[in-house]
Design a protein around this ligand. Structure first.
Ligand SMILES: Cc1ncc(C[n+]2csc(CCOP(=O)(O)OP(=O)(O)O)c2C)c(N)n1
Length: 720
């Protein structure tokens, strides 16, 4: 049905153009003929690609039918922005991208888009993993389909652009072309997306930055077709919403008027380039079809409405005004249309013959770059006093920030205060406000800033103040950071070290939200690594390796720092000071555990975080009961250190898993399953926290793992 409608529209366009008379005698102010011809050509190519998408889908060889029809006036942005302007674009951006591709003549973008429609592995953006607009040579960063999720990264990119310029780092990288001083970031989306809290958070963050007179050259573009699938934007709402954004200059453009649209877009682009402040271009569009090929919009749009939309078709409107103004002749427009149709058909036919992804390994290959076995950061200076975990974190971060001028640390309260728990103490004074700074209170913005900074070659170290508050922003990690490499065929990467204070045992303080003890949400994200340092030397070793992994392999590392261990000094007895540790000589080996040695072991205690402290104490009590144990601190929860786990479990013959996280969805499940597969014959048991939130006060102990429980379970296991 959609395909008939679009084909009919094209026929109507041809008849309409053919019927148009000669131009006015006096040529009106309009676009230059060469420019007009190119813009119209890109628009027509986009339209014929939509027809091809529907046709391929109808025959079962194409897989994507969210079209650009009715949004082709975004072509002006393809013309007015540069390949050096990082761009994150709406999924209706075929005309924009085709026009942008004129700046990269080595590409055949019609062919590339056709290849994406059939999910061919020849397709250069994601190698057939998704139909996305993008491409390194085009400066277009591929987007996921989660609406508005790209806006925080866009704010981060624009902020990082200014940051790099201020730090004098722009010229420092041999691997990237130096972007011009007036580079901007382009970010487009639909009108329904404007209402998403992620978008509103990003608009707010942009205003917050601009309010402080910091540079933020960011052009938001709202392509307003009045609909979000079947839901209508209330008339006037989108404009009112966008006009009310503080410090974001509003520009309105009518997508049915190509010339006016070009001029308004130019004004908006010039404003961002020269004033270095954010702006929004509100571009009126129409949706000529259903939301996607499968959406039958006639169930919620009247015949009259569809007829009005067809009359506002930007291609028809552009052709009519160009002919009326004497810029192009009707026969030239018809020739352009015929050529566009022929070119698209040829490339669609070619795309059909090209290979697809055929193996699981091929699909997963772009998740992250392979990390060589035994990877660890090189030695670093080790002379310092024994320290607490919090001091160790601060030491590690000081080392990282000092050694890498492209690194930056930010979050809520991390600067002068030094973090809620002092884990970033002294860094602000030592490295300055440009390298260590507070953000506004919005976890999506914090991670968005990291996403943008990393995409520009920086190494961000964002902090999430409490594990429970990661969940507000988790999509920025799961849907954005982790998919970046996957959907760009490994060409793009956003390495970072995300530090999150978390886990329980704060001795009655804080209740659930300050003692959150579930790591499930971090464990299943393909392509990211997760670590938990228990002591200062672990934190320093792990962060050295995390940074090296990021810089050398583009890896994202998330570290959950156990709050209850931050200031612990003693290991076994009050005043023994044995939890303190000096910095180690080198980094931690990637995916390797730390084993606390013992001469003999009847039971291996497999644990991490607070569990390490509890197990070391339980070990003493168990020894008195005649049960010898060895403690294995996983340190890396993703990937799990299987070689060490299996080796030590086999040596002891029994493995007790001590997981301070909830019973369901956490690491104990993976350990039990993995041991049954990899270490057959080893007897296993586990102790975990309850599937419950953490209450306030001493009642917290009722749902958490206790030392007594560990002792009891280990004795029971030793006797089985
Ligand atoms: C976070 C999220 N929720 C829901 C969806 C499903 N969805 C896809 S597109 C869309 C409507 C978007 O409308 P708009 O932003 O106006 O863009 P348009 O499609 O009209 O161009 C919805 C609800 C999604 N992709 N992401």
């Amino acid at each position: 049905m959609s395909i008939e409608r679009l084909t009919q529209l094209n026929l109507r366009f041809r008849r309409g153009v053919a019927a148009l008379g000669a131009s006015d005698e006096t040529r009106r102010a309009h676009l230059q003929p060469a420019l007009a011809r190119e813009l119209l050509e890109s628009m027509l190519l986009a339209r014929h690609l939509d027809i091809a998408a529907l046709e391929l889908r109808a025959r079962g060889v194409g897989h994507y039918t969210i079209g650009s029809s009715g949004h082709e006036s975004n072509v002006v942005l393809g013309r007015l922005t540069r390949v050096t302007d990082p761009s994150l674009v709406h999924y209706r951006s075929a005309a924009l991208q085709l026009e942008r591709a004129r700046q990269a003549p080595e590409l055949d973008n019609v062919r590339d888009i056709a290849l994406s429609l059939v999910a061919s592995s020849d397709e250069p953006v994601s190698s057939g993993r998704h139909k996305l607009f993008g491409g390194a040579a085009l400066g277009i960063i591929p987007q996921t389909s989660t609406i508005a999720s790209h806006l925080p990264r866009a704010v981060g990119l624009a902020y990082a652009l200014g940051w790099k310029q201020a730090q004098g780092l722009v010229q420092a990288e041999a691997s990237r072309p130096t972007p011009p001083k007036d580079t901007l970031v382009l970010c487009s989306f639909g009108d329904a997306s404007v209402n998403h809290s992620t978008a509103l958070g990003a608009f707010n963050a942009a205003g917050w930055v601009a309010h402080q007179s910091l540079p933020l050259p960011l052009l938001f573009v709202c392509e307003d077709n009045g609909l979000g699938v079947s839901v209508r934007s209330p008339p006037g709402w989108t404009e009112m919403r966008l006009r009310a954004l503080p410090h974001v200059r509003y520009f309105g453009a009518d997508g049915t008027n190509l010339y006016g649209c070009f001029e308004q877009a130019r004004a908006a682009v010039d404003y961002c380039r020269s004033v270095r402040r954010p702006a929004v271009l509100h571009l009126s569009c129409v949706r000529l079809l259903g939301h996607a090929g499968s959406d039958v919009d006639t169930t919620y749009r009247s015949r009259q409405e569809l007829e009005q939309a067809a009359e506002r078709d930007p291609i028809w409107c552009a052709a009519r005004s160009l002919i009326a103004a004497g810029v192009l002749e009707a026969h030239e427009v018809l020739a352009l249309d015929a050529q566009a149709e022929a070119r698209v058909k040829l490339q669609a036919k070619y795309a059909e013959t090209r290979p697809r992804l055929t193996t699981r390994a091929q699909v997963a290959a772009s998740l992250s770059r392979p990390i060589p076995p035994g990877f660890a950061a090189r030695a670093a200076s080790a002379s310092a006093e024994p320290m607490t975990l919090a001091q160790g974190v601060s030491f590690a971060l000081a080392e990282l920030l000092t050694n890498d001028p492209g690194s930056l640390l930010f979050g809520e309260d991390v600067a002068k205060k030094g973090g809620v728990y002092g884990a970033t103490k002294g860094l602000f004074e030592r490295l300055g406000h440009a390298r260590v700074f507070n953000t506004l209170l919005d976890e999506q913005t914090i991670l968005g800033l990291a996403l943008g900074a990393a995409a520009l070659g920086l190494y961000p170290v964002p902090e999430i103040q409490y594990l429970a508050y990661l969940h507000n922003a988790e999509d920025q990690l799961r849907g954005e950071a982790a998919t970046f490499s996957f959907f760009s065929n490994g060409l793009l990467e956003n390495p970072m070290l995300v530090r999150i204070a978390g886990l329980a045992y704060q001795k009655g303080f804080g209740g659930h939200f300050h003692n959150d003890n579930s790591l499930a949400v971090l464990r299943d994200i393909p392509g990211i690594s997760v670590c938990v340092p228990a002591r200062a030397d672990d934190a320093i070793a792990l962060y050295r390796t995390a940074h090296a992994l990021g810089r050398l392999h583009g890896q994202i590392v998330v570290s959950v720092e156990p709050i209850a261990l931050y200031h612990r000094r003693d290991a076994l007895r009050d005043g023994d000071g044995r939890w303190l540790a000096p910095p180690p000589a080198a980094g931690a080996e990637y995916g390797r555990a730390r084993v606390y040695p013992s001469d003999a072991a009847d039971v291996l205690l497999v644990t991490y975080g607070n569990g390490v402290a509890m197990c070391l104490r339980a070990r003493e009590a168990l020894a008195q009961a005649g049960v010898q144990t060895r403690v294995l601190d996983l340190r890396w929860l993703v990937p799990l250190p299987w070689d060490d786990i299996v080796h030590e479990a086999r040596r002891a013959g029994r493995a007790l898993i001590v997981d301070e996280a909830r019973h369901s969805g956490n690491v104990s499940e993976a350990l039990l399953a993995g041991l049954s597969e990899r270490a057959k014959g080893v007897l296993t048991a586990r102790v975990t926290a309850a599937d419950c939130f953490i209450p306030l006060g001493d009642a917290a102990e009722l749902v958490l793992v206790s030392e007594a429980e560990i002792v009891e379970a280990a004795i029971a296991l030793s006797r089985s």
